[in-house]
Design a protein around this ligand. Sequence first.
Ligand SMILES: *Cc1c(COP(=O)(O)O)cnc(C)c1O
Length: 392
Amino acid sequence: MGRFIPLSIPNFEGNERKYVDDAIDQGWVSTGGAYITELEKRLAAYLHTDNVCACQSGTSALHLSLVEAGVVPGDIVLVPPVTFIAAVNPVRYQFAEPVFIDCDDSLCMDPLKLRRFCEEKCEVKDGRLIHNDKVVRALVVVHVFGNMADMEAIMDVAEKYNIKVIEDATEALGTRYTEGKYAGKFAGTIGHFGAYSFNGNKIITTGGGGAITANKSEVVDHLRYLSTQAKNDPHYYIHDEIGYNYRMTNIQAALGVAQMEELEEFVERKHKNYDLYKELFEGFELGRLLGYREGTYSNQWFYSLLIDRTKVTATMREIITKLQSEYGIETRAIWGLINEQLPYLKEECFELEKGPYYAARILNIPASTQLTEEDLRYTAEKVMAVLKELAE
Ligand SMILES: *Cc1c(COP(=O)(O)O)cnc(C)c1O
C-alpha cells in the first residue's frame, strides 16, 4: 500500500526554481518583466508564428479571442459538447449564445456536421451566416486531449461562411500536422486565433497561465493591449478601449521559460508512455486505447481508454473509486457534456450522438511525464483487472 500513481502532475526537473528566484530577486513579480517577453518569444519560435501574447489563463485567452473576433451580445458561437467547460463559458461572458455541434471519432468538432448545420439550419445574408436572425460569428474548435481536429475541413467551412475560427489548443501545445495542406503547422496557428493554457495539469505549466496567438501579428499586439487594461502609453493613464487585467505575471513567466526548455522532452515521454500502454492494452477485450489523427504528430497529452459498455456496465464512479482506493491509481471520466450542465440546458444542440457515446465510455488513465515503466505496467495490469472484475 501507499503507492500512488497520479493522473497528470507537473514536472519541475529543470530551471524552474532558478528562474523564479531570479524574478523575485529582481523584484519583477507582476505583469511586467523580462521573463514575460522571453516566454512570448520562445512560444512564437516554437510554434513558428510571429507573435504570441502571454496571459493569465487559457480561459482569459479564449475570452480575449472572442472579444477580438467581434463576438457581441446576441451572436451565435458554435462550440463542442465534449470538452472542459472553460471552452464555452467565455461565449456567455460576451452575452452570446453557444450552439453545440457534435464531435467526430477524434473527439473534436465534426466538420461534416458543422457544414450541415451551416447549410441546413442557416442562411447567408449580406455575407454573414444567419441562424434564427442571429449572426454566427465564430466557432471554438478544441483539440481534445492533444488530438488535432480536422482543421482542413473546418477551415473550408469557416471560410465559405465567414466564421472566425478560435482554436482551443489549451491541451494541444506541441501538436502539429506532418502531412497535407497544413504540414508543419501547429495546433493553434491555423485558425484566426489560438489559445493555450499552462494550468497545473497541462503539458507545461506556469501554475496558472495561458497564451494567445492570431493569424496576424498586429492582432496579437492588440490582444496584448486589451490584456493590459488597454493602456495607451507608458506615461499617461489614457485608455481608448475597455481593457482587462489578463496579463501573465513575471513569476509565472519565469516558470514558463523553464518549462519551454523541457517541452519537447515532455512530449517524447508522453509518446514513450503511450506506446507502452498501447502494447500492454493490446488485445484487451473490455477496452481499447484511442489513437491520434493520422498525418499529425500529437503531444499525446492525455490517454483515453474506450470501455466496452456491452460488457462493463459499472458506473465511471465505481471504476474510478475502485482504482483509487484499492490500487492508488488516479483516473478520471471524460467531462460531463456541457450541454447537460445547468447553465446550458436550454441551448441548441445539433445532431449530438458521438459526444454522448464517448462521454459514457472514456476513462483517462495516468499520463504524467514522471511515470516509470514499472508504474505504467502496474497501472495497465490493475486497470484491466478492475474492469474484468466489474464485468463479471
Ligand atoms: C484547461 C482548459 C481550458 C482552460 O484553461 P485555464 O488555463 O485552466 O483557464 C480551456 N479549454 C480546455 C479544453 C481546457 O482543457
